[in-house]
Write a protein that binds this ligand. Structure first.
Ligand code: COA
Length: 180
């Protein structure tokens, strides 16, 4: 199947919402994402409009890259958030340098293991390096073996930074990739 890999456009917020809600219904969503389906589903349209505009083609602070099938259906997504030094990240840790943070990594089940995820990542990384970022990071749950394996294949390595997840005793692991 031939997919178009591209950045989202600001007016495409309904498709952004649909794919995000599909991701949050995945059987491993509790490991993969920090948000619940119920919380996302309850958000107003204004939230999706703003979120999409902030990460759309031409935006500087974030970029959402998707894979679109020949029928126009979106099958995969990854978003690069640009983090600035002096700010605090989602875990409350200080950000020490400008860097990319990959979030919302999702490929529909029927398109996994096909090589599509690599192409999607290539586009997100190309945007990151073109934006002048020297380092890109992401967090992955310690029990999300499939995602970890993919990230290693894509060149990411664990940095040793871990973030405890509430009372569960489980952790999110930071993986990083430097620009060549
Ligand atoms: C994570 C994700 C984007 C990876 O994309 P993918 O197309 O599935 O990745 P691939 O199949 O190319 O690579 C996964 C690797 O893990 C292996 N694998 C498959 N199931 C596995 C499992 N249960 N445990 C460990 N490894 C597994 C695959 O064989 C493959 O190994 P290889 O590198 O030796 O070929 C996709 O699986 C996904 O959307 N998962 C649900 C959402 C998610 O977890 N997002 C990440 C949040 S951090």
């Amino acid at each position: 199947m031939t997919y178009v890999i591209r950045s989202v456009r600001a007016d495409e917020w309904p498709a952004v919402r649909e794919l995000r809600l599909a991701a949050l219904r995945d059987p491993i969503a509790h490991l993969a994402f920090l948000e619940t389906y119920e919380a996302a589903e309850a958000r107003p349209d204004s939230y999706w409009r703003e979120r999409t505009a902030r990460a759309a083609e031409g935006a500087d602070g974030a970029q959402q890259v998707i894979a679109e099938g020949p029928d126009g259906r979106w099958v995969a997504s990854v978003t690069v958030l640009v983090e600035e030094p002096g700010t605090t990240d989602w875990a409350g840790l200080p950000v020490e340098r400008e860097q990319g943070h990959l979030v919302g990594v999702y490929v529909r089940p029927e398109d996994r293991g096909s090589g599509l995820t690599e192409v999607l990542f290539d586009a997100a990384l190309e945007w990151s390096w073109g934006r002048g970022l020297e380092r890109v990071r992401l967090f992955v749950h310690e029990e999300n073996g499939r995602a970890q394996r993919f990230y290693r294949r894509a060149g990411f390595v664990p940095s040793g930074v871990t973030v405890p997840l509430g009372e569960s005793g489980k952790r999110e692991l930071e993986f990083v990739l430097g620009r060549d």
